[in-house]
Design a protein around this ligand. Structure first.
Ligand code: ZN
Length: 269
């Protein structure tokens, strides 16, 4: 109550600039509206609200922007025309992490060509594939791969679709719905887990199902057996499993029981 009474809470002066400070946690948003009165910052109004389930999925910046918007909506309509000196603490790094780009697009921007090359080189199968691709224009003979890992043979069978760009292996893929042609990065063993996590567990949307996760993979990534591995990954996700309802208890069918006489106790009571 002390916070709501003078001298803590001041009267708004509509001729002056307003300062709007907002903050957001995982569950709620809060805002403080203040002004400079006689050289001192004085609070004019407070606002707080818990977030809906969908809003909790927003990233920090969007939650703080929501707090800005709610505070303005909640305030007198004349606030629409006044100046705001300070708004949500939007920092450059946060803004970057919350842009409309997909996680996989951002993943690409953070990896250098050198890092992708080194990661593929650390994978035995991809290293052998790299050597075959850089030494041969045409597909090598079966005898050259017959003794290799079965995964390498699967890449070999797609020879014309595998391309080497700046020493990094990609697979050409045409989206049959949009007819767009994409280059899928061939994922080395050491990055698989991180990439599957990123594809399945989206920071803004939540946990995708098996089909959606596989579809998200196809736009940018490829590796032999990726569908099976993604399926297992999603099926074993602890978060998804903890959300599942326990199976319903089976009930036996209702049936008639014959009793000997009126009011005779039933055998199981
Ligand atoms: Zn999950």
């Amino acid at each position: 109550m002390t916070l709501m009474s003078a001298p803590i809470l001041g009267y708004p002066d509509m001729t002056k600039q307003f300062i709007l400070d907002t903050d957001a946690s995982g569950f709620g948003i809060g805002a403080v509206l203040s002004q400079i009165h006689e050289g001192k910052e004085v609070v004019v109004a407070y606002y707080s609200k818990s977030l809906s389930k969908a809003q909790r999925q927003y990233c920090v910046t969007r939650r703080e922007l929501l707090a800005d918007q709610k505070e303005i909506d909640n305030s007198d309509e004349t606030f629409e025309t006044v100046d705001f000196l300070r708004m949500a603490k939007v920092q450059d790094s946060q803004e970057a992490s919350c842009s409309n780009k997909s996680d996989s697009a951002m993943w690409y921007e953070h990896k250098t060509n050198e890092e992708m090359f080194e990661a593929q080189k650390s994978d035995n199968v991809l290293f052998n594939l790299f050597r075959l691709k850089s030494d041969n224009n045409n597909r090598p003979e079966w005898a050259d791969v017959a003794l290799h890992d079965v995964k390498l043979k699967k890449y070999w069978s797609q020879w014309d679709r595998i391309v080497l760009i700046n020493n990094v292996l990609y697979r050409k893929w045409i989206n049959t719905t949009t007819e767009e042609s994409n280059l899928q990065f061939i994922v080395p063993e050491i990055w698989k887990e991180n990439i599957m996590k990123m594809l399945h567990d989206d920071i803004q949307v939540g946990h995708f199902g098996i089909h959606k996760t596989v579809a998200r993979a196809q736009n940018r990534f490829y590796w032999v057996n990726h569908k099976d591995e993604i399926t297992k990954w999603v099926q074993n996700c602890i978060v998804c499993n903890s959300r599942k309802q326990p199976p319903r208890k089976a009930k036996s069918k209702m049936k008639q029981y014959n009793v000997g006489a009126q009011w005779k106790e039933l055998p199981w009571i």
